[in-house]
Every structure is written in structure tokens, then in C-alpha cells.
Design a binder for this molecule. Structure first.
Ligand code: PLP
Length: 387
């Protein structure tokens, strides 16, 4: 049948040559997925079971990223979400219901804490915050209705490394699931499923993306039951990730090993140097004995990444600590981390219950890919100029 040019815009007979082979995964964008015939139409989220049905459940780009994260984490399946915080919210929505009880470490990433306080409690989920260093002692906080135990190891900003296997052992005895925010280890340095975790999440925004230009999250599950539970909630919450961002994350993965190696070396060098400085009371780097839970890092981790905190000596005032951050030249000031640029952010835990009382004296450093000597000189200059 001859076609009008307007129809040709939609149904073209033109073809580009075939046989292009590239090293990068194509970006498949798409909401509508075509079915071969009317009887084949279905709206099932599990694309592994039925093939592709709708872009919301993943395109080949999204699902390739998911499969690759799953492969690295040794899980059963992975879901990709539009951000790390989206992954946190989805896990809570999938596994909790009114009347359940969830345990959350005091050291958790602040928006994760806020979700528990502002959303879960509103939906009649009981929330208890626990000291991150409690280990097997978590047992004393269990209730008949405890369904989920969150872990984040090391914890955000205060960096406590948790005894995850002890927590998982205790949680499994009462039939509770254990969820871990495994972002700091990039899903590489801590083998979560081998240490008893049931569900992991990562902000792929950080090390996997690696260049501060995308927001993505992942959720990886140990077994099919958790996969089914998460999949149906993922469908109904409708949180599809952008295939363009997924393609950037796939590109980021290719350099993850060399980036992590460089970041680990530079961060360790600077952490050890800072520990000798008279201005610094404490370096909260999991690979240093001064970090709470260092013994668990030594026992359970195979490496360290580029994020750690420093605590200034008692005599330093808040304006002085802020002056230190402002005096840095190569370290920029900004949220998020794990990109190629070094960052510094000062925190104030005076009014945060459950956190060690470092007050205004704590600064978190994200180490980037700059030269280590230049970064050290920048820190030295800022330490001198804060006094
Ligand atoms: C430990 C941790 N988990 C989760 C998130 C949330 O990730 P996103 O920024 O992709 O929502 C962050 C972000 O800073 C984080 O530091």
C-alpha cells in the first residue's frame, strides 16, 4: 500500500545498514513495548519470566545494569531505581505493613531516618533506632512484630562499622529480614550475602556512576521470595530509572576497579597523615583503629573506599571548623560523594540523639582522583589558616 509522507514519518521503510558492533550498551528508551499479536498482550512486571512488556519494568539497558550489579554482588536479582533514596523507600514499602516493627541504626543516612520517622510512623509502622555498634545485643530490642532490621556499614558521617553477621544471626532467629545500605563498599568490598544480609541497596549515584552526573539506586535480593515482593511493589510505585542514566552507570562500571584502587590509596594516605596532625582528635576511617567497629572492617571487608570523617580537637569552635572548610581550595563543598572531585562538608550533631557527641567538630571528606600531594598540601594550608 502506498504511504503518504506523514505516514512515512511514523511507519518508515528506510533502513540503516545492519551489523554495527560497539563496546557500549545501546540506550534503549521506551515506554511502549510491541507485542507480536493481540493474544500476547499482558502487563506482567517480571521481564525474566515473560519477556519485555512495558518500559516501566526495564528496557534492555536498565536490565543489563541490573544484571551486572547482581553479578558483582552475588545476588539473585537486582532492581534499578531512580536514586538511592528511592531504593530505600521502595524496600520499606515492599516489606513493611501497619503494625510491623523496624529497627534502624542511629548512624543511618539522614533521609533514610526521616523516611522512618515521617512516613513509616504515619503508616503505623513502629520504628526503633539502635546504636550501630550493638552487634548481637540487638536481640534485646526485638519485638514480636520485628520484620526488618536496617544496617548501614560504615554509617553515614560517623562511620561506625557494624557487626553485620551477628545482627543477621539474631534477626534470622526471629524471622526478621536484614537490609544493608552497601553504598560505601560499592557492593565490592563487603560481600553482603556471604555475611547474612537478605537485601542490599546501593546509591549507584556514588561509586558506580562515579562522576557526579547521575542519580540511580539498586536493590539486590538474596532469593526469589524477596524478588517477587519487591517486583510487584516496584511496579505499583512506578519508579522506573532512566535508560540514559543507566548507560552512564554501565560506562562507570568499566572504570570502577581502577577508580576504587586510586581512591583507596589516596584516602588511606590522607587519613593516616591527618591522624598525626595536632588539630585532629579522631580520624573516622574504617581501616584505621580509631574508627568504631574497625575490628569488623578488618574481619569482613576486602578494602576501603574514599569517604571518611575527621573530628577536630575540643578547643575548636564552630566558626573555626567552617573556616577550615572554606579555606580548602581543591576540596569543593557539596553533598553526595564518590565522584572524581574531592569534597568537604561540616556537620553538627549537637542536637542529634543517638549520635556520638562530636558536636560541630566533625567534617566529612570525600577523596577524589586529584594528586595525593596536592590534596595534602590543600588540607595543610586549611588547617593552618583556621587557627
Ligand atoms: C549512604 C547513602 N545511602 C543512600 C543515599 C541516597 O542516594 P541518592 O542520592 O542516589 O538518592 C546516599 C546519598 O548521599 C548515601 O550517602
Amino acid at each position: 500500500m502506498p504511504k503518504n509522507w506523514k505516514t512515512k514519518l511514523i511507519h518508515s521503510d528506510a533502513h540503516a545498514p545492519e551489523g554495527f558492533r560497539s563496546l557500549s550498551t545501546p540506550v534503549y528508551r521506551g515506554s511502549t513495548v510491541l507485542f507480536p499479536k493481540a493474544t500476547a498482550v499482558q502487563d506482567t512486571w517480571d521481564q525474566y519470566e515473560v519477556g519485555y512488556t512495558y518500559g516501566l519494568y526495564g528496557t534492555p539497558t536498565t536490565l543489563e545494569l541490573a544484571a551486572r550489579i547482581c553479578e558483582l554482588e552475588n545476588g539473585f536479582r537486582t532492581f534499578i531505581t531512580p536514586g538511592g533514596q528511592g531504593a530505600i523507600a521502595l524496600i520499606n514499602l515492599a516489606f513493611l505493613k501497619a503494625g510491623d516493627h523496624v529497627l534502624v541504626p542511629e548512624s543511618i543516612y539522614t533521609p533514610n531516618r526521616k523516611f522512618a520517622v515521617d512516613v513509616l510512623r504515619r503508616f503505623a509502622v513502629e520504628v526503633t533506632f539502635y546504636p550501630p555498634t550493638t552487634g548481637a545485643g540487638i536481640e534485646s530490642l526485638f519485638r514480636k512484630n520485628t520484620r526488618l532490621v536496617w544496617c548501614e556499614s560504615p554509617g553515614s558521617i560517623t562511620m561506625e562499622v557494624q557487626d553485620v553477621p551477628a545482627i543477621a544471626d539474631a534477626a534470622h532467629r526471629i524471622g526478621s529480614l536484614v537490609v544493608l545500605d552497601n553504598t560505601w563498599s560499592a557492593g565490592i568490598f563487603f560481600d553482603a550475602f556471604a555475611h547474612g544480609v537478605d537485601v542490599t541497596m546501593q546509591a549507584l549515584t556514588k561509586y558506580v556512576g562515579g562522576h557526579s552526573d547521575l542519580l540511580l539506586g539498586s536493590i539486590t535480593v538474596r532469593d526469589e521470595a524477596a524478588y517477587k515482593r519487591l517486583g510487584s511493589t516496584h511496579q505499583l510505585v512506578g519508579c522506573a530509572a532512566s535508560p540514559d542514566d543507566c548507560s552512564l552507570a554501565l560506562r562507570g562500571m568499566k572504570t570502577l576497579a581502577v577508580r576504587l584502587k586510586a581512591l583507596e590509596e589516596t584516602a588511606l594516605g590522607l587519613a593516616r597523615w591527618l591522624a598525626q596532625r595536632p588539630e585532629i582528635e579522631l580520624v573516622l576511617h574504617p581501616a584505621l583503629p580509631s574508627c568504631p567497629g574497625h575490628e569488623f572492617w578488618k574481619r569482613d571487608f576486602t578494602g576501603s573506599s574514599g569517604l571518611f570523617s575527621i573530628v577536630f580537637q575540643q578547643q575548636f569552635t564552630k566558626p573555626q571548623v567552617l573556616a577550615f572548610v572554606d579555606a580548602l581550595d581543591l576540596f569543593e563543598i557539596g553533598y553526595s560523594w564518590a565522584g572524581v572531585t574531592s569534597l568537604a562538608v561540616a556537620y553538627d550533631f549537637h542536637s542529634t540523639p543517638g549520635r556520638p557527641n562530636y558536636g560541630h567538630r566533625i567534617v566529612r571528606l570525600n577523596i577524589g582522583l586529584e594528586d595525593v600531594d596536592d590534596l595534602q598540601a590543600d588540607l595543610a594550608h586549611a588547617l593552618v589558616s583556621m587557627k
